[in-house]
Design a protein around this ligand. Structure first.
Ligand code: SF4
Ligand code: SF4
Length: 358
């Protein structure tokens, strides 16, 4: 009997496997839907590398033509980023009408339900009220409270909480506020693109962040949208004997010549993926940068892709396969590619019943 067949004798694993197999293969892109933003967060990767120089055209026809071109190319999933997507709601509606998608927003402007009823919304957050405000608006606004109000019990929204090494102790209180607000939480790991150091320095390591995330998974098993395995992989940069970095990174733009060598090095990559700038034409090296140092990259979405494209490396034991499958399922749940209500019960079971160790 093949390994896979024997693992799928487990009814829970079989259920997860069948759920993800029902979904069409993901052919994704990331799109800067606008170059404008109503904030200037400290160390924002977008402005740090001046990506706003690729300005978004005013002509709606160019945006419509981009949508048509991507449909023809076979794209079926768009990660909407920017700039701040909530500044261009009508364009967001057009994407939603044509593709599966998710959006990242800073939470200042509430994304309406009209025409965006099931949109997965990741609301960015960088720490407690004080930390988030200090890092993102120089203490001038209580951004977290505003976003809490905007997304109070909005089932589309989850917090995209970027935790920095020196602020790991804030995690339990921040998560409690998010959960009390009726929203789940997905973690990201602060990369300190601007090289500010101190409490933000990724070189301090993410051990404390990892421990607190694991604690949150234990405390709120149906609310934390990542597996312990995923947390381990991102925070250590290791997966099945591979070390994270550009050579293995799977989400690099396939039509950008800067990546030619990477795409030929034999490591798996997402064969459809392009990260489009706001001019709807230029692609950058990857979602999170043009030329940034990959050593600072702890980005959550890229690590999901890294794990997802390495099913074979997780076939050697039931434990490894469980870690892979539950992580993939969680990605599908975040993006509402599986039933979001039933999926939260499955998530609780993933966090409490399965092996889930690295
Ligand atoms: S809200 Fe997002 S795009 Fe705008 S400055 Fe902050 S991190 Fe950058
Ligand atoms: S910065 Fe991260 S996502 Fe971009 S190429 Fe480097 S490792 Fe990949």
């Amino acid at each position: 009997m093949s390994n896979l067949k024997s693992y799928l004798e487990d009814p829970f694993l079989l259920k997860l496997w069948q759920e993800i197999r029902k979904v069409d293969a993901i052919k994704s892109i990331s799109l800067d839907i606008t170059h404008r933003c109503n904030l200037r967060c400290t160390g924002c990767y977008y402005f740090e590398e001046g990506m706003d120089r690729y300005a978004s055209p005013e002509e709606e026809g160019l945006f419509d033509a981009f949508i048509e071109k991507e449909k023809e190319r076979g794209t079926n999933f768009v990660t909407i980023v920017g700039g701040e997507p909530s500044l261009v709601i009508d364009r967001m509606r057009k994407i939603y009408a044509n593709f599966k998608c998710s959006v990242a927003t800073n939470g200042i402007i509430r994304i309406p339900k009209d025409g965006l009823e099931e949109l997965p919304i990741g609301v960015s957050l960088w720490g407690s009220q004080a930390t988030d405000s200090k890092l993102r608006v120089q203490g001038k606004m209580d951004l977290f409270s505003k976003a809490l109000k905007n997304y109070h019990h909005d089932e589309r929204a989850f917090w995209y909480y970027t935790a920095a090494p020196g602020y790991a102790d804030e995690i339990p209180d921040v998560v409690e506020k998010c959960v009390d607000n009726g929203n789940a939480v997905l973690f990201n790991y602060y990369s300190d693109v601007a090289g500010l150091g101190g409490k933000l320095d990724y070189r301090m390591g993410f051990d404390e962040v990892r421990k607190n995330i694991d604690l949150m998974i234990e405390r709120y098993p149906d609310q934390i949208l990542m597996t312990r395995y995923f947390n381990e992989v991102v925070s250590t940069g290791e997966m099945s004997g591979q070390k994270w970095g550009y050579d293995v990174c799977t989400n690099v733009s396939v039509n950008n010549p800067i990546n030619t060598e990477r795409l030929q090095n034999g490591n798996p990559y997402n064969k459809h993926f392009n990260a489009f700038c706001a001019d709807f034409e230029t692609t950058r090296r990857c979602c999170t940068g043009m030329t940034r140092d990959c050593a600072s990259c702890y980005d959550t979405w890229e690590h999901f892709s890294w794990i997802m494209l390495h099913s074979r490396k997780h076939m050697h034991s039931k434990e490894a396969f469980t870690n892979w499958l539950t992580t993939v399922y969680t990605f599908y749940l975040i993006n509402r590619l599986v039933d979001p209500v039933a999926g939260r019960k499955v998530l609780a079971k993933i966090h409490t019943d399965t092996l889930l160790t690295a």
